[in-house]
Design a protein around this ligand. Sequence first.
Ligand code: SF4
Length: 200
Amino acid sequence: MQSVKYIQGLLVIYDQFLNGMMVNEKSLDLEICLRLVVFLCKMKIGGFIKTSLIDFPPYVCCVVFTQGCNFRCYYCHNPELVYSKLFGPIVPMEEIFCYLLKRKNLIDGVVFCGGEPTIQSDLFEVIYKIKNMGFLIKLDTNGSNPEVLEKVLPFIDYVSFDIKAPLQEEKYKLVCRTKVDVSKIIESINILRNSNLQYE
Ligand code: SF4
């Protein structure tokens, strides 16, 4: 019974954290929340740039590089985020949340790129949390997961969509070196076109 109450208490604190109500970074509650974040997050992060002036203009942002991609583009500039043999150490989610909490008034936004962020199973949860902390969100995507794109869209401020080739399966296969369901790419394009979001 005691432990049920304890967990319920933690969930209340966690909720407050998600809604940006916790600002005292030294509090024990915040410490517990950060541990919960790490415990609950499954997202694999292969890199983290703390400050960038060029990835989300005109904003000051940090950049989260997710690990793993469902494409194998021959010109890829981030193979260490695509091929598992080249993967480096994972950046703990706790590090990113701590950094964001401390820079709340100095950083405007967070960019999610990769790799391909939409293949991360908890992309929505992570974006939801960071958006609720008051940051703008930019998503870089190859457009292969329209369901995920549609789900995260209400919490996104800008999308950078990389259309790899003319919208034909054989052309996509040539560039991405994997079988791509082009109907998914078209679906993602339509989702963006029908939204009020800024995109490129
Ligand atoms: S979609 Fe992007 S990250 Fe993935 S292989 Fe192509 S260029 Fe690299």
